[in-house]
Write a protein that binds this ligand. Structure first.
Ligand code: NAD
Length: 485
């Protein structure tokens, strides 16, 4: 059997710069760990500021040459070819992601398909981004047009590398930007595979460059680089603040996709059978390491006991095991993440722990944590306020709409929310009043589809990715006024 790490033919200790695979300038490497076993997986490049300089220079050259001259139609066709290559390699990409991130194979496969969908969506959108003609003074014609920012920097976390690369790099390329991607030091193999596939698709030299490395080396070099014209950052609130400060030095626009403490709000009149799988799955997907995880379940008192019972039943069947065992949950990304999440579970000792999942007997030495459900949690409890980034959900009772809104909106975050009710007027009232970048009624899309603009308010960040909104974010609007008498 082929070694999954060798499927795509790149050397994992190399960066991809200017269309070439090359060792980082200092020649140093970092070790990736397989989260399912705790064992070393492979070495990756430890890129630094020197490699970021080279990548930014390659991107600038691309803008002056082939890539800068590509028409919208040509960019769309390239993305279309890239999407097809991703689809042709879904199983191989899923295997890499499963080994690297620890997510169960079926989830990794869904991420690979989502990456292809981003390419497909943006391929179709590339030649459909229009300007407007504007009524102006007598004797003038005024219009707007959208132009690429130039070099865009993409700093990506470890939890959904393929999806996040698809939504940010995919949209940036569509608008004609040249990208420098800094994947996470914990998981970067599918970023490298994506670069290889982009090269096979015929993406011009320098249009996409990938420099793996540490956050405070390669990441901070990218976010503070004078040659970068836009930064897209996905990650923690603390790092997002640092990236924004660094970019402020050169007054570079920044999109921040940060954390969340998203709530699902279930009213007494909801269809409980329909809600149940969403309530659990949106909390435990990717072992809860999802920015849009629904970590808070707000249930109206009339339905509370019955639904809690059903939730507990479902929880006690959830199985945890290695990515390859492909159960409900895989391991957490690292020993450190396991320690943080276990610490939160400890801090719930004063709460009612109603259920937990099952550790598969062959789970081994990976970074495993069983999913844990707490009930009757006071809305101001640390477990109901802080992003845990692990498979922990809290259940909170509420009385009425006002109470639900005050609890749902009562954290510093505002990423995603959902409402389960069959009362149509209430659906609209709640959608209007919930403080979140996305609201789902009688469903919950963790992160939503590729078509749906996504992003947060408050500490969940600012700017929007996905859908056409991303294309506006990854371009600058120019207004032209022609005086022709
Ligand atoms: P993190 O902020 O530690 O790291 C994210 C990325 O930033 C990594 O590539 C890292 O190397 C880089 N980085 C670290 N320090 C840096 C610095 N000083 N300058 C520039 N780059 C730096 O986040 P994490 O722990 O890897 O990811 C988890 C967080 O990401 C959670 O809070 C989660 O909610 C958030 N997240 C948000 C979304 C979203 O779309 N809103 C999606 C996924 C994850």
């Amino acid at each position: 059997m082929t070694n999954p790490l060798e499927t795509f033919g790149f050397d994992s200790t190399h960066c991809f710069i200017g269309g070439q695979w090359q060792a980082p300038i200092n020649g140093e490497t970092l070790e990736l760990t397989n989260p399912s076993t705790g064992e070393p997986l492979c070495a990756i490049a430890r890129g630094t500021a020197d490699d970021i300089d080279a990548a930014v220079a390659a991107a600038q050259t691309a803008l002056q040459t082939g890539w800068g001259r590509a028409t919208a139609l040509q960019r769309g066709r390239l993305l279309s070819r890239l999407g097809q290559l991703v689809l042709d390699n879904v199983d191989e990409l899923a295997m890499l992601e499963a080994l690297d991130v620890g997510k169960p194979l079926k989830q990794a496969r869904a991420d690979a398909i989502a990456l292809a969908r981003y390419c497909e969506f943006y391929a179709g959108a590339a030649d459909k981004v229009h300007g407007e003609t504007l009524p102006y003074l007598e004797g003038y014609t005024a219009y707007t047009m959208r132009e690429p920012h130039g070099v865009t920097g993409h700093i990506v976390p470890w939890n959904y590398p393929m999806q996040i690369i698809g939504r940010s790099v995919g949209a940036a390329l569509t608008m004609g930007n040249a990208c420098v991607l800094k994947p996470a030091e914990e998981a970067c193999l599918t970023a490298l595979a994506f670069a290889e596939l982009a090269s096979q698709a015929g993406l011009p030299t320098g249009a996409l460059n990938v420099v793996p490395g540490l956050g405070d080396e390669a990441g901070s070099a990218l976010s503070s680089h004078v040659g970068v014209n836009h930064i897209s950052f996905t990650g923690s609130v603390a790092t997002g603040g640092r990236v924004q400060s660094a970019a402020a030095k050169w007054v570079i626009p920044v999109t921040l996709e940060l954390g969340g403490k998203s709530a699902q709000v279930v009213f007494d009149d909801a269809d409980m059978e329909a809600a149940l799988p969403f309530l659990v799955n949106a909390g435990i997907q990717n072992a809860g390491q999802t920015c849009s995880a629904s970590s808070r379940l707000l249930i109206q008192r009339g339905a509370y006991d019955a639904l809690l019972h059903r939730l507990a039943e479902r929880y006690s069947t959830l199985q945890v095991g290695s990515a390859i065992q492909d159960l409900d949950l895989g391991p957490l990304i690292s020993a450190r993440q396991k320690e943080i999440v276990s610490g939160y579970i400890q801090r719930g000792n004063d709460l009612q722990k109603v259920a937990e999942g099952v550790m598969h007997e062959e789970a081994g030495n990976g970074h495993f944590v069983v999913p844990t459900l707490f009930a009757d949690v006071p809305p101001d409890h640390v477990l109901a306020q802080e992003e845990i980034f692990g498979p922990v959900q809290v259940v909170i009772p509420f009385d009425d709409e006002d109470d639900a809104l005050s609890i749902a909106n009562g954290t510093p975050y505002g990423l995603v929310a959902s409402v389960w009710t069959n009362d149509g007027a209430r659906q609209f009232r709640m959608a209007k009043s919930l403080r979140a970048g996305q609201v789902f009624i009688n469903n919950y899309g963790a992160g939503g589809g590729v078509e749906l603009p996504f992003g947060g308010v408050g500490k969940s960040g600012h700017g929007r990715e996905k859908g056409f909104e991303a294309l506006y974010g990854f371009s600058a609007l120019k207004t032209v006024a022609v005086s022709h008498g």
